[in-house]
Design a protein around this ligand. Structure first.
Ligand SMILES: [Zn+2]
Ligand SMILES: [Zn+2]
Length: 270
């Protein structure tokens, strides 16, 4: 029995004797099946192929965790460390021994949450390695859980403070349950927002964008953009950490969201 991992989206599946027939996450119109057809791997195989976790400090109290060399779309997860506990936002497909040690040295993981299902990856393996840390999955996206587990807590979508000063906020858009994480003490106390691709930091790092599908370039309507802006409006944040290394708005983050939403809406309106 193996927990197979999809080679295109990186999501880990419930144990099975042989690889699943298809990946519902990649079959969804927001994603795509790899050009060589549906392919699978396992965590053991990834280690043999030379993949390892890539761990970097982003700022004091915030650690990025990715995979090197880049696997699937190369996202990095974020581990925020606070006196009241640590929260992992988003996940990656691999968890190696060095990462387990490094995360334990930082105080472990007290809660796991996500921007959206493309980054659920090996969430259950991560939870099991850290005392079955609770995994918060939005009710709205429960169909995208490919490895159900008792550690999963289905969450109604109301803003939820997972540990003091760290709040999970559902904003919708890319997925109905898409969410961002607000860290009040981040960015030297000015506040930081972790966004994955619920809100995407674009290469011009003064701006962000919003999409139903990124690989297939399906935009969002004005009403959905406004919902995202309204969801983050009550929170103060200066910095935005995107889903990839270096894709951050280092300051003026809140203004950047407002300015980017205005620009986007002006382009989709006739
Ligand atoms: Zn997949
Ligand atoms: Zn996505």
């Amino acid at each position: 029995m193996e927990n197979y991992i999809c080679r295109t989206c990186g999501v880990e599946y419930t144990e099975s004797d042989s690889p699943p027939l298809n990946c519902p996450i990649c079959d969804d119109p927001r994603q795509y099946v790899g050009w060589e057809g549906q392919r699978w791997t396992t965590m053991a195989e990834l280690r043999v192929e030379g993949y390892s976790n890539d761990i970097r400090e982003e700022e004091p109290g915030l650690t990025g965790i990715g995979i090197s060399p880049s696997f699937t779309i190369g996202q990095r997860a974020l581990l925020v460390q606070t006196p009241g506990g640590n929260v992992l936002y988003d996940c990656v497909s691999l968890l190696d021994d060095a990462a387990i040690e490094a995360v334990k040295a930082l105080g472990g993981i007290q809660a796991i949450c996500f921007s959206h299902p493309h980054f659920y990856d090996s969430m259950v393996t991560w939870s099991h390695a850290f005392d079955n840390a609770p995994i918060y999955i939005p009710e709205a996206d429960r169909d995208y859980v490919m490895r159900p587990d008792p550690a999963i807590r289905y969450w109604g979508g109301e803003p939820t403070e997972l540990v003091p000063g760290v709040t999970l906020i559902q904003c919708g858009g890319h997925f109905e349950g898409s969410a961002v994480l607000h860290w009040a003490q981040g960015a030297e106390g000015k506040g930081a927002l972790f966004v994955g691709d619920s809100i995407t930091v674009v290469p011009d790092r003064r701006y962000v964008s919003f999409m139903r599908s990124y690989p297939n370039l399906i935009p969002l309507p004005e009403s959905e953009i406004k919902k995202i802006v309204d969801a983050v409006e009550p929170y103060d944040f200066d910095r935005i950490y995107g889903g990839w290394w270096g894709r951050n708005v280092m300051s003026g983050g809140k203004e950047s969201v407002l300015r980017s939403a205005e620009r986007y809406i002006s382009q989709i309106k006739d």
